[in-house]
Each structure stands twice: as C-alpha cells, then as structure tokens.
Design a protein around this ligand. Structure first.
Ligand SMILES: [Fe+2]
Ligand SMILES: [Fe+2]
Length: 377
C-alpha cells in the first residue's frame, strides 16, 4: 500500500444538455480548450446555460476540488507500530523456541489497540501502514488483528469478545512457523504432500497455543478455524457456517482481504476495490453472504474513499430515483452507467433508461440499497 498522499484527480466532462438551472459543479468550469468559464460552486442560471449553448459549447469540464482538511497522523501511531513489531517478535520467537509467549504483554497490546480503534475509526489506515515496515508474517498478523477487531466491533459484539477476536487474529498464523521458509515462499504448484503440510498450519498453531491455560477457547477456535469456508470446503476440518466460530469468520474474511492487498514475491498487491470485488465473489462459497455485505458496507468507508458498485447493485440516487448499476468505467468507480428503474416517488418506470453518471452532473449515487450477489466462480 502506497503512503503517497498525491492523488490523481481527473477532469470531469459534463454535457451542457444535462445542465439544469441550479446545478453546481464542485470545481472551476472550463471549456475544451481549458479556458475558464465559471468559478466553482456557482449555481447555473438559465442565462449561463443559454450562453454556453449560443457559443456552441456542448461539453464543459471541471476538476473536483478536494477542500477537505488533511488529517494529520494521530499521535502515538509511531509508538504503536514499534510496539506491534516488538510484540510480534516476542510471540514468534517464543513459538520458534517452543517457549511460552508472554500473553500478558500480548493481551495488553490488543487491549490498547482496541481502545485506540474504538476512540477513532480513522486510526485504522495509519495503523495498517505497519505493513510497510517489515516482512509478511507479523505485518500480516497485526493487520488481520486490527481489521478483525474493527469488523467485530461493528457487529456490536461485547468488548471482551472483540478483545479475543483481536488476540486470535494476531495469533492466527503462528502455526506457519512450523513450515519451512522454502515451502512458505514457494512459487508455482505445490505437491500433494506440500499442500498437506501447509494446510496443517491452523492445527499446529492450535496445538501449540492449547498448552497454555491463559489462551481462551475463543482464541483457540479462531486459530484453528480461520481457513474454514462457509460451504464446508475449507480446511483443516471442513466445518461450515453453522459450526464455525463467529470470531473465526471475522478473521477469515480479514485474512483474505489482507493477503490480497499485500504484495508478495509471486503477486502484486491488489487495490482495495479489487480485493473487495474478489471477496464479493466468494459470497456463498468461501464466506457467508451476510458477512460479505457487512464487510463491504462497514469496512469500505474506512478502507477507501470510494465504495465499489458491482453491476446489478441497486442504488438510490440523490434525486430520489432508484437505479441499477449497469457498467462501471473502472474498479472503484462511483460514477458508473446506471439504468434508472423508478421515479423519485419510487414508482417503477414503464421503460428503464440508461444514464452515464460521469456525464450527468445532476445525478449522484447516494447509497446502496442492495449489493449485487456475485455468482461463485
Ligand atoms: Fe493461515
Ligand atoms: Fe493469515
């Protein structure tokens, strides 16, 4: 994930035909040759629209201005990153030496992380930048811990349980320490034996942590079950949605999200939108459809500025009309081509009509009514 704050904002084309009296554009308005026509945020009057039409101007352009104040990094993030490193070092070293990890220290870390996140949702992203610091195993563990606690918190689960979800997620892959580095980083096809060894890591982690009394059943279940699937086709035991631990379901979806958005030697890092789209494809097979829609709904605003709108998604427009997403221009696009299906009184139209929201300055997506269910692959 890049920490580069520079974002590329493209100029947006608006058809003069679509302008209405009262339309305001969130940036200075230019003609095709980049001559300034009007200042930003000035409502169009009939005279202004007539002026454009008289000049034969059919397209105008504006570049949205981002006037939002830039949030500075909260104090303490740097300390958290360093502490996350130390804690994961301690945990992983203890496991590698077959020693007892200092669970008090790990618990206190998760507790502080939890309070930190609860105080301010927006701390998530800077914390996730822990990723940039070090190699995969512990950055991944910390990220899955943070994401799982965020998700569990959104479910209204009680504080102690969220804490266990965080600790379980932090420890979920400790069994990987029993697998050789060569196998963990192997590119290309794994042999049957290698797949077997790899798939034993939840069991190994569980067996290791089980010997310590201060690791709760909930934490153990998360370690043991984080690769189980909704449809029972996961591993190691083939549990399904009914017999999986709720915390393991949170950890499972966050595990996949973090793995997808992380660069590895054999793959690039997927963008947030791509990862969310892939997770949505797993609804009904890998993950519970309800959990996927909650993840997308609750986490997307935290993970990226623009939500994803897969084709088939029903959305409400600012005009009160209901529309169905037909086509997106790019992944993460919040101005897709939509078919308007009702009028602003929610009355079904006799014939739907398509609108490209990039071309229509008067219509915007307000909120998602229902996400498209994506057929499993
Ligand atoms: Fe794992
Ligand atoms: Fe993992």
């Amino acid at each position: 994930m890049s920490s580069d704050p520079i974002r590329h904002i493209e100029r947006i084309e608006v058809r003069v035909d679509f302008l209405e009296v009262g339309t305001t554009l969130a940036g200075n308005v230019y003609d095709e040759q980049n001559h300034l026509l009007f200042r930003s945020h000035i409502p169009f009057t009939q005279d202004m629209i007539e002026f454009l039409k008289k000049k034969g101007i059919q397209l105008i352009y504006y570049t949205p201005r981002d006037d939002a104040p830039v949030k500075t990094q909260p104090e303490g993030i740097e300390q958290f990153r360093n502490r996350a490193r130390d804690i994961m070092d301690m945990l992983l070293e203890a496991v590698a030496r077959n020693d007892r990890p200092d669970f008090n220290e790990a618990r206190q870390f998760v507790r502080d992380l939890q309070d930190f996140i609860e105080a301010d949702d927006s701390t998530l992203l800077p914390l996730m930048k822990i990723r940039e610091y070090d190699d995969y195993t512990y950055t991944h563990s910390v990220n899955v811990g943070i994401l799982s606690m965020m998700l569990a918190g959104k479910y209204g689960i009680d504080y102690e349980m969220v804490h266990d979800v965080g600790l379980g997620a932090l420890l979920h892959d400790t069994g990987k320490l029993t697998i050789s580095r060569d196998l963990l980083n192997k590119q290309g096809k794994l042999s049957g034996d290698e797949i077997y060894i790899f798939r034993q890591h939840p069991v190994k982690g569980y067996e290791y942590m089980e010997q310590f009394k201060d690791v709760s059943e909930d934490v153990l279940a998360i370690i043991h079950q984080h690769h189980e699937w909704y449809n029972g086709k996961g591993y190691p035991r083939g549990l399904n949605d009914e017999n999986m631990h709720a915390g393991a379901k949170f950890a499972a979806i966050c595990d996949v999200y973090d793995a997808l958005t992380t660069e590895r030697s054999y793959k690039r890092a997927y963008t947030t939108s791509e990862a969310l789209a892939l997770i949505m494809r797993g609804a009904g097979t890998h993950f519970s459809p309800v959990l996927v829609s909650r993840f997308v709904r609750d986490m997307t605003p935290l993970l990226q500025k623009h939500p994803v709108f897969p084709p088939g998604t029903l959305v409400l427009l600012n005009t009160g009309e209901v529309a169905m997403v037909r086509e997106v221009h790019s992944i993460g696009d919040d101005k897709p081509i939509v078919a308007i299906v009702t009028d602003n009184q929610r009355k079904r139209l006799a014939r739907t009509f398509n609108i490209d929201l990039t071309m229509d300055a008067t219509r915007n997506l307000e909120k998602v009514i229902r996400f498209a269910s994506i057929p499993p692959e």
